[in-house]
Design a protein around this ligand. Structure first.
Ligand code: AMP
Ligand code: MG
Length: 427
């Protein structure tokens, strides 16, 4: 039994003594989503050209069967020589050969220098490079070396980046541009990757119109379709776009049934709050199963989670997000993006945030944990977007991160707060 003297904290996780029934902490909602995803993680693989592997999840270990670089080579335009041949600055050596990148030189004749360019192999016998800025040509055939070289200087050693046989990329790696480059540097033209998660997306709402169409009285443009498509692409998903579904029970049931075919997840926006025009709940109960959560977060309280049955007895996961554009954006970042990471078998860690100074006051905190749209300023603090309403999409473009405000905690200008960059929440 709850202690009468303990104030009730509606933001506390459900199941703890002072939780208001029905309100679930974000962490608990996330745990449940991740548990469901872990049972359905994607295992099918495919080969893709390395050039097209951006945002894919690697399904193999990439090992190198060569040293990178494959040979000692010059990191400067200059002259290769034996360091011992230049005991004092101003020594003049005959230039015995010229070695551009891609050309293999001859062994270096004792007492001579080789003209060499960045990336060219060091000729056998040479042990140092002097950059051309410290050399002067003499009568076109010799070089005066104006700095005493140290053995090894300006030489990139064979295998200093990657040794033959070593692992350069591990399974589960999200392929970034630099990972693509690294795979290519060991000669890989193809990579074995997980198939992309396939996500069906639709928006509900009779007020919605598509950009390009005239707006009827009472209408608004369907922005969530664009935001969510972009977010899903950034999460490495393939999107099955089902457009706008009218606020009718039968249409919603039909959309759910066709969405479920072959997809890993059905994602919707709108229609999950408590209004009588919200048909997702009854449709989901007829087509599958649904939990409707009231998550103690702002923006983004209502979150529907369940699964839609397919004719063959299998099911597609379902997440129904709120319709308000900022709510669905933030809800996606904090719940759907981690769910998709788990579906791809990637590690799910709390987003990397850090402490920054709040250059604003937030005197009336919510009873829910709140995520404020803020922007880093040049003074090392963060500014607050003046309108934090869940309908103001402008805030999401202006902001470069969210401040994670614990329930009921006011912020006074100058205090340190937890800042999470939007970039840490994506991908
Ligand atoms: P709902 O969750 O359906 O009650 O919608 C909440 C608010 O979000 C309403 O003001 C809707 O008009 C708006 N909304 C719902 N879906 C979208 C959408 N796809 N794009 C832009 N706004 C939307
Ligand atoms: Mg609606």
């Amino acid at each position: 039994m709850p202690d009468n003297k303990t104030p009730v904290d509606p933001a506390a996780p459900a199941g703890t003594s002072n939780a208001k029934p029905g309100l679930m902490s974000l962490d608990e909602a996330l745990d449940r989503l991740l548990a469901a995803a872990a049972q359905r993680s994607i295992t099918e693989r495919e080969e893709v050209p390395t050039l097209q592997a951006l945002h894919r999840v690697l399904a193999e270990e990439v090992r190198s069967n060569l040293d990178v670089p494959p040979a000692d080579n010059s990191s400067m335009d200059g002259y290769a020589m034996r360091a011992q041949d230049v005991p004092v600055a101003g020594t003049v050596l005959p230039v015995s050969q010229r070695i551009p990148a891609g050309v293999v030189g001859a062994p270096l004749a004792a007492g001579s220098a080789a003209r060499i360019f960045t990336g060219a192999q060091i000729p056998p016998g040479a042990d140092a490079v002097v950059m051309q800025e410290q050399c002067a040509t003499v009568e076109g055939t010799s070089v005066r070396v104006d700095a005493v070289p140290l053995p090894g200087q300006w030489i990139r050693r064979r295998g200093e980046d990657i040794a033959v046989g070593s692992t350069v990329l591990t399974p589960g790696t999200l392929l970034t541009p630099q990972a693509m480059g690294l795979a290519a540097s060991v000669g890989r033209a193809q990579l074995n990757v997980l198939r992309r998660p396939l996500v069906a997306l639709f928006s509900t709402g009779d007020e919605l119109a598509m950009p390009g169409q005239p707006l009827k009285p009472g209408g608004i443009y369907n922005s969530n379709r664009f935001t969510l498509t972009g977010l899903l692409q950034a999460s490495g998903c393939e999107v099955k776009d089902l457009g706008i579904v009218p606020d009718q029970l039968e249409a919603t049931r039909l959309a759910l049934r066709s969405a479920a075919e072959g997809v890993d997840l059905i994602l919707t926006s709108g229609g999950v709050s408590v209004g009588e025009e919200d048909h997702l709940k009854p449709a989901m109960r007829l087509e599958g199963r649904l939990d409707l959560w009231q998550v103690a977060m702002k923006p983004g309280k209502p979150l529907a989670f369940g699964a839609v049955h397919r004719p063959d007895g299998s099911e597609a996961l379902f997440v129904g997000m709120p319709g308000n554009p900022v709510s669905s954006f933030v809800t996606y970042l904090l719940t759907v993006a981690p769910l998709l990471r788990a579906l791809q078998g990637r590690p799910v860690r709390p987003p990397a945030g850090y402490q920054v100074r709040a250059d604003f006051d937030w005197p009336r905190p919510d009873r829910r944990r709140e995520f404020l749209r803020v922007r880093l300023n040049d003074q090392g603090g963060v500014d607050l977007f003046p309108n934090q309403s869940s309908g103001v999409l402008t805030s999401t473009v202006w902001a470069d991160g969210l401040v994670d405000v614990p329930a009921l905690q006011p912020i006074a200008r100058g205090e340190m707060v937890r800042f999470v960059p939007l970039s840490a929440l994506l991908g």
